[in-house]
Ligand binder design. Structure first.
Ligand code: NAP
Length: 351
């Protein structure tokens, strides 16, 4: 080991490292704050022997149990406009930067494309993992490439948009969590904005603000206003944003459910499938505002599980399972969790 090998803390509390605010611990933890730290990781027995996980803001994870391996906190910092023409600019954002602050920074540079993704909690490094999306825009729409540390090759690698195999809240990083550490992302942004105001909630908010010809900054403000109104603030009440993905079903299944629930929201996809609103399904089953001890479902948004104070990760996971069962029983739909779930047996669950 050398002076450049990152320092390991063992064991390490994760209480402050997850936005659910549940109590958990890792067998060991370290911080990566310089690129060369990656070269030295293999010198550590904790890195070579056990499970390893990289964590940014901890805003998309539920620790239903302790983590038996090494947690690497990504603290790589920096934002840079790499290249600009009169139409586009390529912007590099290091993985440890805060996502929302980075969105605001790009807007301050006069660059558009990330405005709909304002106020999503967490770090830049987490954004490609679940292909963050909101108000009709997802990261895949603007992402140019992702630089990763490839654990298999023990080297840097640039993955282009296609290689990231993005899907709905999904990517190669989610499907193969052991292989890559996200180091930075490069996004291709617009100098001349092309706004996406497809979601009526966003258009309504801009109208309420009296803005008929909004700028990207206006869109960002409108998104922030809606999110602050609709979603509980993790700084006040523990949560990880949406807990379930919206289910995508066949037109036949949507029609079957729609026969009993004609008011059910349905969104047709390019491939003919139908996206349903998980929040609507959960609300129909009476879970909105439900509370069992300190584990609950937000009163503001049925898709958000909340920790009212001292809920354990296991009790939140148990609640999630009960919600899934009731949706399955009533609608024959299996909801999939959006966050990564660390189970007590150290099995990472993204079923
Ligand atoms: P909403 O506007 O009440 O709509 C409910 C659901 O219907 C959304 O989840 C959205 O799907 C879908 N939807 C609405 N309008 C649509 C359209 N024109 N075309 C296709 N699908 C449409 O949703 P909300 O809960 O307040 O959320 C607003 C946006 O913020 C959504 O895009 C949502 O994904 C995003 N959000 C993300 C998180 C997170 O933690 N990742 C948390 C809260 C909200 P989609 O979710 O597929 O967009």
């Amino acid at each position: 080991m050398t002076a450049d090998t990152p320092k390991v803390v063992s064991p390490a509390s994760l209480d402050q490292a997850n936005s659910f605010g549940v109590s958990a611990q890792a067998a060991a933890a370290l911080q990566v704050s310089r690129r060369d730290h990656f070269y030295h990781l293999h010198e550590l027995p904790e890195y070579r022997s056990g499970p390893v996980m990289m964590l940014g803001g901890g805003s998309n994870i539920l620790f239903a149990g302790d983590y038996p391996g090494l947690v690497i906190f990504n603290r790589l910092a920096g934002r840079q406009v790499l290249d600009a023409t009169d139409k586009h600019a390529y912007v590099r954002l290091q993985a440890g930067e805060n996502w929302h602050e980075s969105v605001l920074w790009t807007l301050q540079q006069g660059l558009a494309g990330l405005e709909n993704l304002s106020l999503i909690p967490g770090a830049v490094g987490a954004a490609p993992i679940q292909n963050v999306g909101a108000y009709g825009v997802e990261l895949a729409d603007v992402l140019d490439q992702v630089e990763v540390w490839d654990r298999q090759r023990q080297d840097w690698r640039m993955l282009n948009n296609k290689a990231c195999a993005f899907g709905y809240r999904d990517s190669i990083f989610k499907r193969d969590p052991e292989r890559y550490f996200v180091v930075n992302i490069t996004v291709k942004l617009r100098v001349k904005p092309k706004l996406n105001l497809r979601y009526h909630g966003l258009r309504d908010e801009l109208n309420a603000m009296g803005l008929s010809n909004p700028t990207p900054l206006d869109v960002s403000r409108a998104v922030c206003t809606i999110r602050r109104r609709k979603l509980p603030d993790p700084a006040r009440i523990g949560n990880a944003g949406s807990f379930f993905k919206n289910p995508v079903v066949s037109p036949e299944q949507a029609a079957r459910i729609g026969a009993d629930y004609p008011q059910m929201p349905c969104f047709g996809q390019a491939d003919g499938a139908i996206k349903l609103s998980a929040a609507w399904l959960i609300e129909q089953c009476g879970w909105k505002g439900y509370r069992d001890g300190d584990a609950g479902v937000s009163e503001r948004h049925a898709l958000v599980l909340v920790n009212h104070g001292c809920a354990s990760g296991a009790s939140l996971w148990d609640l999630a399972q009960r919600i899934r069962s009731s949706i399955h029983e009533r609608f024959d739909i299996r909801l999939q969790p959006e966050p990564v779930v660390i189970l007590p047996a150290a099995k990472t669950d993204t079923p």
